[in-house]
Design a protein around this ligand. Structure first.
Ligand code: PBG
Length: 323
């Protein structure tokens, strides 16, 4: 035998020398759920170890995460039912607690990157990402609402706007709205290939944002499609996106790799709530070892081509990395 691949696996030092993928806390974004009020920290039962928190606790959480080396956060609002309506007006209301929270977070932690979520669902009495009329999700009439939401978020201090709604043309609409309002430096991380996935359950529990009727299949992508992600990525690139995101991550590693190989923009992957919940459940049952399965999972997403990973394991990874 002339070739023996095992020679390069002989010692930890050799393995370290030739390791192809190195994930660090810099690559991770930690999603947090924010609730209006004070002194609230409710665990999300379908996502153990994650909480719906009021701003005071979110600030403490971010402080701890920053000390562990995390620098990027994404926040999602859990909005009271009585503030929701058909047109999601609360989303850009200046009294919106989510916007006020962003301003406070950036004031206390100016060096972090704060990423928003743009979609109607947390604010919509229909629970859909777009405007609903006669059971249909309207595309073009949704765009001005998303535009207003994005500008309000930029004003509040978000560094990057995250449209997760999957309406056609929204990246360009938001880019132009931001530029017109003087926010040409505010970035857009587009949820480019967002699939109509069964793995968003714990997230919808956290925000009470499940659709009241129907499903999201007329706007989110069919999990069976790979080539269609190329169309979305081309459009988002032309429309001015700064990042292309694939969501979920683990069941879509092929899509991450496809976009990485065909586009020059940074690729993000959202390791979604249901994907994290599965692993947590297996570990709680003693079927898998968290300290090993968690970094392996995140490394596989990075290896597939994701430059940035949004994951509920970010804090645990940062702790693990420090050791
Ligand atoms: C809302 C949104 C969703 C997620 C992020 N933004 C849910 C959905 O589309 O129904 C899911 C994230 C997760 O499951 O962790 N537009």
């Amino acid at each position: 035998m002339l070739r023996r691949p095992r020679r390069n696996r002989r010692s930890s030092a050799i393995r370290g020398m030739i390791r192809e993928t190195r994930l660090t806390p810099d690559h991770l974004v930690y999603p947090l759920f924010i609730f209006d009020g004070k002194n609230i920290k409710d665990e999300i039962s379908s996502l153990p170890g994650n909480y719906r928190m009021s701003l005071d606790n979110v600030l403490l959480e971010i402080e701890e995460c920053v000390s562990l080396g995390l620098r990027s956060f994404m926040i999602f609002p859990a909005v009271a039912e009585k503030l929701k309506n058909k047109t999601a007006t609360y989303s850009y209301n200046s009294k919106n607690f989510y916007l006020k929270a962003a301003t406070k977070i950036k004031k206390n932690f100016p060096e972090i990157t704060l990423i928003s979520d743009v979609a109607m669902d947390p604010y919509s009495s229909d629970g859909h990402d777009g405007l609903v009329k006669n059971g249909k999700i309207l595309n073009d009439p949704t765009l001005p609402i998303l535009g207003k939401m994005a500008v309000a978020q930029a004003k509040a201090g978000f560094d990057i706007i995250g449209p997760s709604d999957m309406m056609d043309g929204r990246v360009q609409y938001i880019r132009e709205a931001l530029d017109k309002a003087g926010f040409s430096e505010t970035g857009i991380m587009s949820y480019t290939a967002k699939y109509a996935s069964a793995f968003y359950g714990p997230f919808r529990d956290a925000l009470d944002s499940a659709p009241k009727a129907g499903d999201k299949k007329t706007y989110q992508m069919d999990p069976a499609n790979q080539r269609e992600a190329m169309i979305e990525a081309e459009l988002d690139t032309q429309e001015g996106a700064d990042f292309l995101m694939v969501k979920p991550a683990l069941n879509y590693l092929d899509v991450i790799s496809l976009l990485k190989n065909n586009f020059d923009l940074p690729i993000a992957a959202y390791h979604v709530s249901g994907e994290c919940a599965m692993l947590i459940a297996a570990c709680q049952n003693g079927w898998l070892e968290y300290e090993k399965a968690m970094p392996e999972t995140l490394t596989s997403i990075h290896r597939a081509g994701a430059d940035v990973i949004m994951t509920y394991f970010a804090k645990d990874f940062a702790r693990w990395y420090a050791r």
